[in-house]
Design a protein around this ligand. Structure first.
Ligand SMILES: C[S@@+](CC[C@H](N)C(=O)[O-])C[C@H]1O[C@@H](n2cnc3c(N)ncnc32)[C@H](O)[C@@H]1O
Length: 234
């Protein structure tokens, strides 16, 4: 038994299992326990991506009851932290799987806050969704002295407006139900010709919309993002 078990935050990349790093695979082959975010219905993106490497492991699903309400979400993290801490205290290494990169809007950050001071912790970076989307569209994200801002669609209109007006490149994550409002803001700030929209980057359902007029003005899926780049990058 290992008296100083390690907590690993493992980025599993944006969806294509071939985008796991060699280091992520090596850690997954070694640890006896994995944890991962899951919906109450049991779907778990990070688990699906890493499935090939999980046979025979003990699994701790981190159930997220409702992503819009912090109360139940915090309760999900608290409960998972207790189960993970029990494994670590018993000397078992635990890998928390995280879609994309663990520290890039990753749920792993919330578990790190709860467990990072009590146990040794190692983070394995993953390919994030912004890089995966730019790669899918074969579009340079930033070059030379250009600036990039990453922003979630959940912030207010004014923050989005200023970001669109004051940056060369902008990645807008979590568009989901905000998609119609984002299209309005892109029109208002004169960035329609600069806009790409990518769903499910690197996954079988990958969809890239290059023309602004083709982006539906209706709520869209969760695994999607907008990339706004200067005309010279397109
Ligand atoms: C909670 S954030 C997680 C980000 C993730 N940790 C990363 O490194 O990219 C979830 C958001 O990331 C974006 N996202 C994640 N994977 C994606 C993919 N394969 N294609 C497009 N967008 C993706 C979407 O905007 C989604 O709403």
């Amino acid at each position: 038994m290992n008296a100083t078990a390690t907590l690993y935050g493992v980025g599993v990349g944006p969806g294509d299992p071939e985008l796991l790093t060699l280091k992520a695979v090596r850690i997954l082959q070694r640890v006896p326990v994995v944890a991962y975010p899951a919906t109450p219905q049991g779907s778990a993106q990070a688990r699906d991506i890493a499935a090939e490497w999980l046979a025979g492991k003990r699994e701790i699903p981190i159930t997220m009851p409702c992503m819009l309400d912090r109360g139940p979400v915090n309760q999900g993290y608290d409960e998972a932290a207790i189960a993970i801490a029990a494994e670590l205290a018993a000397g078992h290494d635990v890998a928390i799987l995280c879609e994309g990169d663990p520290l890039f809007y990753g749920s792993f950050s919330y578990l790190l806050q709860r467990l990072g001071e009590r146990f040794p912790c190692v983070v394995i970076p993953g390919v994030n969704s912004v890089s995966a989307a730019a790669a899918a569209a074969a579009t340079p994200l930033i070059t030379g002295e250009q600036r990039l801002t990453v922003i979630p669609a959940t912030v207010g209109d004014e923050a989005l407006r200023q970001t669109l007006l004051n940056n060369d490149s902008v990645a807008i994550l979590k568009p989901g139900r905000h998609r119609p409002r984002l299209l309005e803001l892109l029109r208002e700030t004169g960035r329609t010709a600069d806009t790409l929209y990518i769903e499910q980057a690197s996954r079988p359902g990958q969809r890239i919309i290059q023309r602004f007029e083709d982006i539906p003005a209706t709520p869209g899926p969760y695994f999607a993002l907008f990339l706004i780049v200067r005309p010279e990058n397109r």
